[in-house]
Structures are given as C-alpha cells and as structure tokens.
Design a protein around this ligand. Sequence first.
Ligand code: NAD
Ligand code: UDP
Length: 321
Amino acid sequence: MKRKRVLVTGGAGFIGSHLCEKLLEQGNDVVCMDNLFTGQKDNIRHLMDNPYFEFIRQDILEDIYVECDQIYNLACPASPIHYQYDPIKTGKTSVVGALHTLGLAKRCHARILQASTSEVYGDPEVHPQPESYRGSVNPNGIRSCYDEGKRMAETLFFDYHRQHGVDIKVIRIFNTYGPRMRSDDGRVVSNFIVQALRGQDITIYGDGKQTRSFCYVDDLVDGMIRMMNSRDDFTGPVNLGNPGEFTMLQLAEMIIYMTNSKSKIVYLPLPQDDPTQRKPIIDLAKKELSWEPSIPLEEGLVKTILYFRETMEKDNAINFY
Ligand code: NAD
Ligand code: UDP
C-alpha cells in the first residue's frame, strides 16, 4: 500500500497529538501544522525523530502550501477559557481555517475531515442528540464564537462538497478526555483531577446536575481514522462520543474517590449558555464505521489520573532543582 501523506492541523494539541501518533503507527507520512496557541511541543516531542513526521509552526489563517492525500482539520482552541480568550480569532480560525484547508483539499484532490463538535447542538432541547437535530445555539453569547464558527465550518464543508466535489468527512466530537490535556486547560476532567491531586477545592459550576458524556481519546482517534477511511459517498456528519452520561457532581465524586483526595466540593456560578445536558446517539457511527467506544469512564480516568500524577511529579522535581 502506498504511504499516504496526511496533514493534521492542530496536530500539537491534545487530540491532534494522539492522532499524529496513531497515523504514524499505521505507516503514514504525517505533517503536523500548529501555531502552538493551546498545543505544546511536549505533546509531539517523542515524534520529532521519526523521519515520517514533520512539524510546521504555522497559523491556519496563513495560506497553506503542502502536498497531501488526506487532511484532518483540528486547528481551533477547544476549551471555553481558551476559545473565549480571543473570540474574534476563534471565529476566524474556524471559518477562515475551513476555507484554507478546503481550498487545499480542492487543489490537491485530498480527502478532508472536519473536527466539528457537539456544540453545534448548543443547549439541546432534544435529548439524546441524533445527527438530524439542528441544535439550539445562541448566536451572540460568550460560547457563540466557537459554536457558530464550527457551524459555519460545517456549512462550508458541505458547500465545497456540492459546488466543487471536494471529498469531505464531518465528525461531531463529544467531550473527550485523556493524557495530554493541559492542567490549566479549564475543562472539567482536567480541572477536577488537578484539583483533587493538589487537595484543592473541586469547583462545580452551577448545581452540578448538568450532564456530559465523556469519551476516552484513544476511542475517539480510532473513530476519526475509521471515518476518514469510510466509503466514498459517506460524508457524515456523524456523532463520535461515548453515550455514558454523567452529572458533574457524579464526576467530581468519582474523581475524589479514585484519587483518594481530601478535597471538598464548592459550588461556583454557572457560566452563561452552559448546556444542561449532552449525550450522543451513535447508531450512525455503529452502522457506517462499525465503531463504538470500548473504554468506560472509570478505566479512562485511571489512565488520565496517572498521567496528571506523573506530570505533576516531574514539574515538582524541576521546581525543586
Ligand atoms: P486543543 O486546544 O488541545 O487543540 C487544538 C490545537 O489547534 C492546538 O494545538 C492549538 O495550538 C491549535 N490551533 C488553535 N488555533 C490555531 C490556528 N489559528 N492555527 C493553527 N493551529 C491552531 O484542543 P483539542 O481538545 O485537542 O481539540 C482538537 C479539535 O477537536 C478542535 O477543533 C476542537 O474544536 C475539536 N473538538 C474537541 C473536543 C474535546 O472534547 N476535546 C470536543 C469537540 C470538538
Ligand atoms: N465545569 C465545572 N467545573 C469546572 C469546569 C467545568 O463544573 O471546573 C462544568 C462546566 O460548567 C460544564 C461541564 O463542566 O457544565 C463541562 O465543561 P467543559 O468546559 O469541560 O466542557 P463543555 O462545557 O464545553 O462541554
């Protein structure tokens, strides 16, 4: 089989670095493009010596000149604190980033996969969420730069497909967690684990009854690659997520128990437009990709807690010397 050249935008981020690793393992030639806004060189340091891996430090808003057979478009900050840091840039990254990568796919005749999100469903009135649900998104709130940016990116993907015949794949990723999340990332799994390991208060926003469905990163990456290599006429959008649904209070209690922590739970105000519930219907992924997650939350949390424990020990050792 011919070695494929695969471009991964946002490849130095949490999900992107796991994807690059897997694609290399499968015998591909991987080009990782990232501006390192939320990504880190440490995430890909172990890949740097591989002759089939190349890192390009570039913003996706600049023109892209790369020859490739496949493109995974992941470039976009994903955690609320990071995407709200410069919301105008977040919107541009989704929209102009989609235009640039789609233009590249058109020129190279490459197949292109868009990392869309469950956030296109907003604060959903339909529960659990099938792909056919059109969502309930506030167009002008603090989450809109991300949600609407991703919705517009989906629109552009389907328009390039209809108008120019570009070979597209669209996945809607639900909350994903695992090693290489940043400790200062602000997302709930990393926050709770870091707080529990440091013995700090566990910060629940709102009453903790809001739900999320958490997918371990290895399961997600497997689904992404299956989608990229799925039959020619299947564009998606397809939900990729773990249908197990948990309240934030349940998650906090699990993490406190699993880390044997003395941390107390404190309640802070719920941010604006925070979705009250989220759970994917994954029948389409099962049917088209023969995919479903295999790692339950507890098992994934064990691996993630171990990662944060080791990272914190390393950081402490560095600070000590
Ligand atoms: P992340 O923040 O770790 O990764 C995003 C990467 O994109 C980072 O490496 C960042 O430096 C890079 N980036 C951001 N703006 C860029 C720009 N303008 N030019 C070039 N690179 C840029 O987040 P993640 O969790 O790994 O998410 C990856 C993708 O998956 C994102 O598109 C996100 O929207 C999507 N997604 C993630 C989740 C999740 O739960 N993690 C859920 C739904 C969708
Ligand atoms: N959350 C929380 N405490 C935290 C961080 C997040 O209670 O320290 C809540 C947040 O309000 C949301 C849920 O956890 O209801 C998931 O938040 P995250 O930022 O991880 O993902 P998203 O809201 O984008 O799904």
